[in-house]
Write a protein that binds this ligand. Structure first.
Ligand code: PNW
Length: 469
């Protein structure tokens, strides 16, 4: 049996825009994602999250389902425009009430809330009137909003995550333009990333000076990264894989752990990469009490001759191709999920070992891991064996990493329930609970029942023969 440490955090995660619905109820205003989804052609079948899982009205039922499976922690995000409809100034009391009630409901069952302050749903007014993440003032707006949350929820919330996946905001939102606000630029991603890091730093500074001394919680950031395996053991491919990881994760983690961007980015991006002032560096360096990681998959990485005519259009690649010259490919033998993301548990282990080595073994939490499948509800059951095996094999890889010295302290399954999968609408099901979008009825999938047993036993017997971890 693979036993995990007794204090290991077993959790599951969601985000506000993907599950809440009630888009314009009780004083909430639109975010950039409401606007994006309501723009024809931006999401699959033009679907939007006006109703989503209707979690806003059904949170008690959802928390009960969490309690039923013995979940120790629940990671959710706060919709900024539910708290501050304009993103600045006036606070919406009904919004405070909703999250306060949700937190109380979780605590009633002994479930620890892990709260993300920003999971991509920027108040629309900040974007249309103030240029959103491109405006250096946003660090102040974000810190002010964070302060409202610390003030109202910090007596009960002891685990804060400032930003979810700044890489996705920068690259999918401002380079590929597939996510809100749908921009396609070679420069803006670097500017946006810079402001995201400053905003994170400012919020942490506020928490540490004003709230942490009495509230005694932890605060950090969650980044996402895929694994990059060198295609061959040549020096250039090994360097390409390393470069790819530094452009993907080092972009955000190096400033936080070392105080500056990776050298390879400074060399290749040149003047298009903003520079930190001394004040920024002081604010950002050391600004995470833990390393939050969202991880799903991996690809091979190979070096590309900048003069050769090669293009890389892989969805969800490591960033702007012309800045990196890394060719990403998959092995045809790898099993894929419905996102076309390969199932690579050993990549998870290698990535968290890479993080542990590069950043001096910080306390690490996998704040998202899971997969989308073509789930079918038949006679009240969803037999998502592949998801159960996916989670099991990734957890086995995590267990091996812990044995190898990685300071992994928790794991959150993405997602607690099927939800609005951004540009892909409702077509991708990531949940361990099935949601019937006609009736909004929830049903625990087989993976949820299995995960409940894992939580109860503090581990599991790894039964998959021949699976590399
Ligand atoms: C994450 N990529 O998004 C998010 O945090 C979740 O909201 C989302 O539902 C989940 O993963 C599944 O997609 C990502 O292209 C979206 O590399 C895209 C990428 C990575 C993460």
């Amino acid at each position: 049996m693979l036993k995990f440490p007794a204090d290991f955090i077993w959790g599951s995660a969601t985000s506000s825009h993907q599950i809440e619905g009630a888009a314009l109820e009780d004083g909430r205003a639109w975010s950039i994602w409401d606007a994006h989804a309501h723009t024809p052609g931006r999401t699959k079948n033009n679907e939007n999250a006006d109703i989503a899982c209707d979690h806003y009205h059904r949170y008690k039922e959802d928390v009960k389902l969490m309690a039923d499976m013995g979940l120790k922690a629940y990671r959710f995000s706060i919709s900024w425009s539910r708290i501050q409809p304009d993103g600045q100034g006036k606070v919406n009391v009904k919004g405070i009430e909703f999250y306060s009630n949700l937190i109380d409901e979780l605590l009633k069952y002994g479930i620890t809330p892990w709260v993300t302050l920003y999971h991509w749903d920027l108040p629309l007014a900040l974007h249309t009137e103030k240029d959103g993440w491109l405006n250096p003032e946003i660090a102040n707006w974000f810190a002010a909003y964070a302060g409202i949350c610390f003030e109202h929820f910090g007596d009960r919330v002891k685990h804060w995550i400032t930003l979810n996946e700044p890489w996705v905001v920068s690259i999918l939102g401002y380079s590929q333009g597939v996510f809100a606000p749908g921009r396609k630029s070679k420069n803006e991603p670097y500017q946006v990333a810079h402001q995201l890091l400053r905003a994170h730093g400012k919020a942490v500074q506020l928490y540490r000076t004003k709230y942490q001394p009495t509230q005694a919680g932890q605060i950090g950031i969650t980044n996402n990264c895929d694994w990059r395996e060198p295609l061959t053991d040549s020096t250039v491919d090994t360097e390409a894989a390393q470069r790819s990881l530094e452009f993907f994760l080092g972009w955000f983690a190096d400033p936080i752990y070392f105080g500056d961007y990776p050298q390879v980015m400074k060399d290749r991006v040149g003047d298009r990469l903003p520079k930190f002032t001394e004040e920024d560096t002081a604010m950002i360096k050391g600004s995470s009490d833990f390393f939050g990681l969202n991880h799903y998959t991996g690809l091979y990485a190979a070096d590309v001759d900048p003069n050769a005519d090669v293009k890389n259009e892989v969805y969800g690649n490591g960033g702007i191709f012309e800045d990196q010259y890394v060719q990403l490919t998959a092995d045809p033998s790898w099993k894929l999920t419905t996102m076309n993301w390969a199932i690579l548990p050993w990549g998870c282990r290698k990535l968290i070992e890479w993080i542990s080595n590069r950043y001096d073994n910080p306390p690490l939490y996998i704040t998202e891991n899971g997969c989308a499948l073509d789930d079918q509800l038949i006679n009240g059951n969803v037999n998502d064996t592949v998801r159960q095996e996916y989670i099991e094999s990734y957890l086995a890889a995590c267990h091996k990493a812990i044995e190898n010295g990685v300071n992994l302290k928790g794991y959150f399954v993405w997602s607690f329930m099927d939800n609005f999968e951004w540009a892909l609408g409702y077509s991708k099901r990531f949940g361990i609970h099935y949601v019937n979008y006609d009736t909004l009825e929830r049903t625990p999938k087989k993976s949820a029942l299995w995960f409940a047993e894992v939580i109860k036993n503090g581990g599991f017997t790894f039964s998959q023969k021949g699976i590399e971890i």
